[in-house]
Structures are given as structure tokens and as C-alpha cells.
Design a protein around this ligand. Structure first.
Ligand code: NAD
Ligand code: MG
Length: 388
């Protein structure tokens, strides 16, 4: 039996992970499940999977979780400290599916105890890629990509030498507004931005897909995970989301990874790696699909994309600044304080201000310095939002 934990178990990725694990009750010994406000879901899954401990990130919900788990023998805990403690419990395989920079510390704890970390939480690679990969190496642990594009690249690289790679192309659906007239974007509502044409995901990543901040994060994720240089990475708009990524080799060959838009493929690949197991995903019928459509990204429609290369060129802790500013801008949009098209300018402004702050972005990549850069970026972003 493999010991597994799921961080962010109540979310979209967490639930897909539970779907796969729940199909093989004898194969897995569930250690910890973590969630947020959805106590009923967290408790129900903890009971069904017979977890050792369930943790809600919200300290105020401890009583509710204790009540929901009363008499089950399952430990209930709450708050950030409890999350870290649960993450430090020995497990062989851990799903990192908390949304946002909040996923970083639990992921590091899991790597420190040698677990294989299946990483959906791209924000931790953007914020602290070198620290995360270094921590894995120091503890004989491993990070496996779960983002669909990165899982696709990872699979295309099996048996290949990385230095034979010329370029990596990650695809983007174009999100909710890919066909909207540009002048309408400024008035896009939260509800409109929260509907994805192909994928069923959490609200934050869905809005990030509409703005392409998600793809900007993924470009940086590609650099941090695989070590490719910024000029080797390309983004291609592919409205159908059937080709997830392509890897181009020095002999001109291009290897594409195709599949239906179901995250259980990438999660299942990370769960069974290095083997391939039968997975409950629909099979792609290309004759029925008929045509595959591609186009170059329109930078006027997706200004956020360009920021990824700025972050990579600056390096250091600019990834932490970028991600934190993006999270605050997204909150500002969700709360109705700024418009959809104001997010990019705001993030760029925070990057400029934090970049000019002496010793902030070029400080060594330690958890303390990352936390400081993240904190400063959030303060600057909130100030800029308040000034609107
Ligand atoms: P979601 O919003 O559906 O779920 C997020 C989970 O994190 C929930 O369990 C929530 O309770 C928990 N959470 C939220 N804030 C937290 C905090 N501050 N501390 C602790 N826990 C917290 O999100 P999702 O769509 O499942 O995405 C999860 C991660 O996976 C994100 O990093 C996202 O970018 C990435 N990802 C998602 C998809 C997808 O298809 N949904 C695809 C690729 C990558
Ligand atoms: Mg993705």
C-alpha cells in the first residue's frame, strides 16, 4: 500500500485525484487530506478514504471539522501550522493542489520528508522554483508535473536527452474571451471570465486562463521545472485543447501530446509514473475531431503573456513578486475593485516598483526572502488597487 496525502483535496484537482485513488481502495493508505471552507466535502472524503487526519486551512472552522468527524477516529486540525504539520507526516506520494503561493510551504515540507510531490500548484514553481527543486534534490525526493502542458512535455521527453531539445511549445485555449472584440474586454465581468470553453477548473485558474496569466505562469513553470531557456519556450493558441504541448528536437522532429481535456490523465500519469496504468478518461477520436486549429497568440488581447519573459529575464525573486501581484490583482478583479484589463498593468507596475527596491528581488532564494518579496508585492499591489 502506498501512503498518499492530498493538499487542496476539496478543489478541482483534489477531487479528480480522489476519484482516481478512490477506485483502488486497497492500493492506497491515505495519510492527510487538506481543504478550506468546504468542511462537508473534506470530512466526507476523509471518512470514505479512511484518512489519518483532515486539516482545514481556516482556523475558525476547527469546531465544524471536529464535529463533522466526531466518532470516526479521524484527527481534525485547522490553521497554517496544522497544515505544515500534516504535510510533514511521512507519505510516499503527495498531491500539491492548493491554489496560490499558499501551496509552497506544505510542498516543501513534503519534499523534506522525501515524498514524491505531484505538483499541480504551479505557483510554487513560479515563486520559488530553484528552492523547490533544490529541496527535492537534497532529500532524494522528486517533483512530478501535473499541469497538463508540463505532463505532456515530461511524457514527450521520456527516453530523450534534454540537450537534443530545441524548443518547447505549450498550447493555450485562449480562454473565455478569445473571440471577443478587444474593446469589449474592459467591461468583462467576473462571471463571464469564470467560464472556460474546454476545462472544468477552479475559479482562479479559469479567470487566469481568460487573461493568459495562467499561460504566463506556465511559461515560467516550464523554465523552472525542465531548465529550458526563455527563448526555447513558445506559446501557441489551440482553441480545442486537445494538443497539450509539443517538443521540438534538433533534428526538426516535433513530438505532440494529445488527449481529451481531463486532468485525470496528467494526475494519473504522475500517480503511476514511471508506469502507465489504465485510466478512466475518454479516448480521443481524431476522425470525429476532423481538424486541429492553431494560431499565434495575439499580444494585444493577452498582454500578460509578455510579462513571463520579463520575469525570467530578471530572475531572482521576481517570480515571487509576479505571482503575488497577480494573486492580488485577481482578488481585486473578483472583488469588483478593478476591471479585467487593469490586472496586467497593475502587476507590471508592482514588478517595476519591487524591482527598484534595493535588495528585494536580487536577494538569495531562501524561504525568508521569498516570503518578504511576496509580502512586499502584495502591499504594493493593494496600494495600487486602493489608489484606483
Ligand atoms: P480550486 O480552487 O478548485 O481548489 C483549491 C484548493 O486549495 C481547495 O481545496 C481549497 O480549499 C484550497 N485552498 C485555497 N486557498 C488555500 C489556502 N490559503 N491555504 C490552504 N488551502 C487553500 O483550485 P484547482 O483548480 O483545483 O487548482 C489547484 C492548483 O492546481 C492551482 O495551483 C492550479 O493552478 C493548478 N492546476 C489546476 C488545474 C485544473 O484543471 N483545475 C489544471 C492545472 C493546474
Ligand atoms: Mg495548464
Amino acid at each position: 500500500m502506498r501512503k498518499v496525502s492530498i493538499f487542496g483535496a476539496t478543489g478541482s484537482i483534489g477531487q479528480s485525484t480522489i476519484d482516481l485513488i478512490g477506485r483502488d481502495p486497497d492500493g492506497f493508505d491515505v495519510v492527510a487530506l487538506t481543504g478550506g471552507q468546504n468542511i462537508a466535502q473534506l470530512a466526507a472524503d476523509a471518512v470514505r478514504l479512511r484518512a489519518d487526519i483532515a486539516v482545514t486551512a481556516d482556523a475558525a472552522l476547527l469546531g465544524a471539522l471536529q464535529e463533522a468527524l466526531a466518532g470516526t477516529g479521524i484527527e481534525a486540525a485547522a490553521g497554517e501550522e496544522a497544515l505544515q504539520e500534516a504535510a510533514a507526516r511521512p507519505a510516499d506520494w503527495v498531491m500539491s493542489a492548493i491554489v496560490g503561493a499558499a501551496g509552497l510551504k506544505p510542498g516543501l515540507r513534503a519534499l523534506e520528508q522525501g515524498a514524491t510531490l505531484a505538483l499541480a500548484n504551479k505557483e510554487s514553481l513560479v515563486t520559488a522554483g530553484p528552492l523547490l527543486m533544490r529541496t527535492a534534490a537534497q532529500h532524494g525526493a522528486r517533483v512530478l508535473p501535473v499541469d497538463s502542458e508540463h505532463s505532456a512535455v515530461f511524457q514527450a521527453l521520456v527516453g530523450e536527452e534534454t540537450d537534443a531539445v530545441e524548443r518547447v511549445i505549450i498550447t493555450a485555449s485562449g480562454g473565455a474571451f478569445r473571440d471577443w472584440p478587444l474593446e469589449k474586454l474592459a467591461s468583462a465581468t467576473v462571471e463571464q471570465a469564470s467560464t472556460h470553453p474546454n476545462w472544468d477548473m477552479g475559479q482562479r485558474i479559469t479567470i487566469d486562463s481568460a487573461s493568459m496569466f495562467n499561460k504566463a505562469l506556465e511559461v515560467i513553470e516550464t523554465k523552472e521545472y525542465f531548465g529550458f531557456t526563455p527563448d526555447q519556450i513558445e506559446v501557441l493558441v489551440h482553441p480545442q485543447s486537445l494538443v497539450h504541448a509539443l517538443v521540438g528536437f534538433r533534428d526538426g522532429a516535433l513530438m505532440a501530446h494529445l488527449g481529451v481535456s481531463d486532468m485525470r490523465h496528467a494526475i494519473g500519469y504522475a500517480l503511476n509514473w514511471p508506469e502507465r496504468a489504465e485510466l478512466p478518461v475518454a479516448r480521443l477520436d481524431l476522425a470525429q475531431v476532423g481538424n486541429l486549429e492553431f494560431r499565434a497568440p495575439d499580444h494585444a488581447r493577452y498582454p500578460a503573456l509578455r510579462l513571463a519573459w520579463e520575469v525570467m529575464d530578471t530572475g531572482g525573486l521576481m517570480g515571487a513578486v509576479f505571482n503575488a501581484a497577480k494573486e492580488e490583482a485577481l482578488d481585486g478583479f473578483i472583488d469588483g475593485k478593478i476591471g479585467f484589463t487593469e490586472m496586467t498593468g497593475l502587476v507590471e507596475q508592482v514588478m517595476g516598483r519591487c524591482g527598484a527596491e534595493k535588495g528585494l528581488v536580487d536577494a538569495a532564494m531562501t524561504l525568508d526572502n521569498i516570503t518578504a518579496a511576496d509580502h512586499m508585492a502584495r502591499i504594493r499591489a493593494r496600494q495600487a488597487i486602493a489608489a484606483k
